[in-house]
Design a protein around this ligand. Structure first.
Ligand code: KDG
Ligand code: MG
Length: 402
């Protein structure tokens, strides 16, 4: 089998997605997600100008060789743009392989290690009582794990809380909006949120919380310690992770489990975190972390150190990535949990998919390949629109981590 064509579909059905379609001489095609939130066209240009011309004529079954060709062959390694481009190619090739062999991708990754993939979704509210209602709503839908975020009093447009009447979507069209942040107000507030949730919801539901890289290690340690009575499933991204040794300080002070890595793009970003057992869940996502080939290696490395997977699954990861994550999640032994933030109905229509949700668990379906398609005619009606993630400032105007 040979690759005959490779092209991009850039569309914006409620939000931007960059999708790679690779075609073969046997009429089989595969899809890969190449979406890098707020920097979409950088990956599109990288693929179009530097990667896709080199794909034509290659055998799509050679996923390892092609991965190494684009990683080592570029000379310039790692980085979100490069690794997202490589991921798009890699995932599309796994899709082709599955279709050609008439089997779902999970069968090519070791088969099923479990019956379903436990997922968590996002509950949020402008205040504690709205956040409680939101968690209860998702529990009523069957979720057994829910991430809870609430507006921090005195902090306008807190992270994770939607504008009134809208679903939460971090990226906004136009130029970047600005949000405010106060560590002091957050530190005093967050234990009250989880105290209320545990009192009202009991001990069984898994509760998760995202600190979104905003704290210093000692501040994060305080949060972890203050939340111990409410036994979170995890606290996520407690502080920026470029300095991996920061996590040693957090670990010294708290038993609250730690998840990090949604902005990572290679195993080397988490190498020390995993090797020193400084985290419990690795969140590097398939689309930004070099695809299924590299995510599987990262998961297997993590399995040696009691670290489980907890892959990123926000709306900026297309249904193609969601499906890929579910295939990998079904198969790797050290799966932990998968994030599931609902796409809009329009996005779901543009990307028809086989994955399903039932009673807290998702399944990728048994269709050959990934089990996701793209309706190109519909996609063409929603062209790319410039959009950005917000920029955050402290109350005194200093730029801080969003
Ligand atoms: O593109 C950024 C979002 O995906 C991110 O802010 C969402 O933190 C996030 C999460 O945990 O889903
Ligand atoms: Mg996060």
């Amino acid at each position: 089998m040979k690759i005959t064509a490779a092209r991009l579909i850039v569309c914006s059905p409620d939000r931007n997605f960059v999708t790679l379609k690779i075609e073969t001489d046997e009429g089989i095609y595969g899809l890969g997600d190449a979406t890098l939130n707020g920097r979409e066209l950088a990956v599109a240009a990288y693929l179009e100008e530097h990667v896709l011309p080199c794909l034509i004529g290659r055998d799509p079954f050679q996923t390892e060789e092609i991965w190494q060709y684009f990683y080592r062959g570029a000379y310039w390694r790692r980085g979100p743009v490069t690794m997202t481009a490589i991921a798009a190619v890699d995932v599309a090739l796994w899709d082709i392989k599955g279709k050609a062999l008439n089997t779902p991708v999970y069968n090519l990754l070791g088969g099923k290690s479990r019956d379903g993939v436990m997922v968590y979704t996002h509950a949020n509210g402008a205040d504690i009582s709205e956040a409680l209602d939101s968690v209860q709503k998702y529990m009523a839908e069957g979720y057994i794990a829910v991430r809870a975020q609430a507006g921090v009093p005195g902090v306008a447009s807190s992270y994770g809380v939607p504008k009134p009447g809208k679903a939460y979507e971090p990226a906004e069209r136009g130029l970047p909006s600005e949000t405010l942040w106060s560590t002091e107000k957050y530190l005093n507030f967050v234990p009250k949120l989880f105290e209320k949730l545990r009192v009202e919801l009991g001990d069984d539901v898994h509760l998760l919380h995202d600190l979104h890289h905003r704290l210093t290690p000692i501040e994060a340690a305080r949060v972890g310690k203050s939340l111990e009575p409410y036994h979170l499933f995890w606290m996520e991204d407690p502080c920026p992770a470029e300095l991996q040794e920061s996590f040693e300080l957090i670990r010294r002070h708290t038993t609250t489990p730690i998840a990090t890595g949604e902005v990572f793009n290679s195993i080397w970003d988490s190498h020390d975190l995993i090797r020193k057992q400084l985290i419990d869940y690795i969140r590097m996502t398939i689309v930004h972390g070099g695809g299924i080939t590299h995510a599987k290696k990262t998961a297997e490395f993590a399995s040696l150190y009691h670290v489980r997977t907890g892959f990123h699954g926000a709306t900026d990861l297309s249904p193609v990535t969601m499906a890929a994550a579910l295939h990998l999640g079904l198969s790797v032994h050290n799966f932990g949990i998968q994030e599931h933030m609902h796409h809009s109905p329009l996005t779901d229509e543009v990307f028809p998919h086989n994955y399903t949700f039932q009673a807290g668990y998702m399944h990728p379906g048994d269709a050959p390949g990934l089990g996701v398609d793209i309706d190109e005619l519909l996609a063409a009606k929603y062209p790319y629109q410039r959009a950005y993630l917000p920029v955050a400032r402290k109350l005194d105007g200093t730029i801080t981590d969003w």
